[in-house]
Design a protein around this ligand. Structure first.
Ligand SMILES: [Zn+2]
Length: 499
């Protein structure tokens, strides 16, 4: 028994609780850390090696968390390599000075700033091998291609910890547009949302730990961010532990809009806290006002229009909060997004990406609970919208062509000069604006530009197919009612008559 206690000694209260629920022990709730430890030692019937391996996993996850924490510096570009060769590296990480000697070698050594609490109380005392400032430097060096990933392996960065560091670097590259997620990654993320989002939202700690290496609350925030990305929203995850969880940018709408997202997990799926705790709404309002009035300026501040709470489910009464929230937050609309509806929206969009940000915005503007039925309505609306778009485009094409056909003198060819042709194309594109096309001007030279929205390729498909069909129809009817002679025939006739 004494040995078990030795293994458990570094675990926090939360981690001990996690072990209890993993082994389905009863009667541990409300116990303090030391009592919990005693409780686990007395009640847990499991082989020593098995417990050791769980403890190792928890420890490894803590290191992974340090990598996540280093993102605060790395993603916000607060790391400056002051000096760097393999033997000695000196860096400034958000005001903390980090020194690394002999990276990748056995005589490796690193030290952090004397004001780093983690370094003084955890690393120096041997509880953990590094503070969050160390992986921040490594991430920066890998990002700058000063070192490759294999070189960090020997110095505490291996397995899951290494994967976390690599994904952090990739995240920055993605944010800076240096790499794009592949089709396979998109599929994998969709599958995770489909299979896990609801369970994680209902605090399935074991799934969160085993698959996402985090507590359910954190894994939930990450997955909700992924869900919005899969419907083509750009997202900005929070950088600090307090404040809003996620910003979503509806950049494909015209004008774009911004939503503040709050992610709430709950074991039972219903939120007492939202309804009964007036401070809760007050706090959300403060996040919005702080962003709107202090952080975002000018037009950007006008884009911030929505507050969205994502949770496993909501009682119907929450809708009574939407009006008051909007009043106290200078018009910001509050919506409740149950996880099942969000999962359905992701699935519907991935199957057929035709629901646009503008359409989603209309649902947010309503300020209510977003139901699964709303998603069905969105999809139907999106199909109708495509029919409308197509109808307008065909009409414009027909009218423009008709105008040209009046003037032709030759029965085999429809002759257009490039001005007429451009005019026709522009008229058709104008019908598609702003849904899937944006026109603008290059400021310096004044050349007109056309921006094509590739994310909505499934709207383009029926529109282009419809236009092709219309075009063929016009050609066919011209061909059938050919009455005039070709210029070639006219010419020959003229010569024959002359002869
Ligand atoms: Zn440090």
């Amino acid at each position: 028994m004494g040995i078990k206690k030795g293994i458990l000694k570094d675990l926090t209260q939360k981690e001990l609780q996690e072990i209890c629920s993993r082994y389905k022990l009863k009667g541990f709730s409300g116990l303090k850390q030391s009592e919990l430890m005693q409780f686990v030692c007395e009640n847990l019937e499991a082989p020593q090696e098995e417990i050791q391996s769980i403890v190792n996993t928890l420890r490894e996850d803590k290191l992974v968390n340090k990598i996540s924490d280093s993102a605060d510096y790395f993603l916000t570009k607060q790391i400056h390599i002051l000096y760097g060769d393999k033997a000695f590296i000196k860096a400034n990480v958000g005001g903390y000075e980090v020194k690394i000697e002999n990276l990748g070698k056995e005589n490796f050594n690193y030290s952090c700033d004397e004001k780093c609490q983690d370094w003084i109380y955890q690393v120096k005392k041997g509880r953990y091998p590094f503070c969050k400032h160390y992986p921040a430097v490594l991430a920066q060096l890998i990002f700058e291609e000063q070192i490759n990933v294999d070189e960090v392996r020997p110095n505490y960065i291996e397995g899951k910890v290494l994967s976390a560091l690599i994904s952090l670097v990739e995240k920055r590259k993605k944010e800076e547009g240096l790499i794009f997620p592949t089709g396979r990654q998109i599929e994998e993320r969709s599958k995770n949302i489909e299979e896990d989002l609801l369970k994680i939202s209902m605090q399935d700690q074991i799934l969160a730990r085993d698959k996402y290496h985090e507590v359910a609350e954190m894994a939930f925030e990450t997955l909700v961010g992924d869900a919005f990305q899969l419907i083509e929203f750009e997202t900005i995850p929070k950088r600090k532990t307090i404040g809003w969880d996620l910003l979503i940018l509806g950049s494909l709408a015209s004008p774009p809009f911004i939503g503040v997202v709050e992610c709430k997990t709950a074991a039972d799926g219903v939120h007492e806290q939202v309804l009964r705790n007036p401070n809760y709404l007050q706090r959300l309002k403060e996040y919005c006002i702080d962003l709107k009035e202090k952080k975002l300026v000018g037009t950007l501040s006008n884009y911030l229009k929505y507050m969205v709470i994502v949770a496993p489910g909501f009682p119907l009464e929450v809708t009574s909060l939407c009006g008051p929230f909007s009043q106290m937050s200078a018009g910001i609309k509050l919506s409740f997004f149950p996880v099942k509806s969000l999962v359905k929206l992701v699935r519907t969009f991935r199957d057929n990406p035709i629901i646009t940000h503008s359409m989603i915005e209309r649902v947010l503007w309503r300020g209510s609970i977003i139901t699964e039925e709303d998603i069905d309505i969105l999809l139907r609306g999106a199909s109708d919208h495509i029919s409308d778009l197509l109808g307008k485009c065909r009409k414009v094409l027909r009218e423009k062509m008709q105008g040209v056909l009046h003037r032709i003198t030759d029965s085999s060819f429809i002759k257009l000069d490039s001005v007429l042709f451009q005019d026709m194309l522009k008229a058709v594109l104008a019908e598609l604006e702003p849904d899937i096309v944006r026109s603008g001007k290059k400021e310096a030279v004044g050349v007109e530009t056309i921006s094509i929205m590739h994310d909505y390729y499934n709207i383009w498909r029926p529109v282009l197919e419809g236009l092709v069909e219309e075009f063929i129809c016009i050609l066919k009817s011209e061909s059938e009612q050919r009455v005039k002679r070709t210029e070639l025939k006219e010419e020959i006739l003229r010569l024959l008559e002359l002869g």
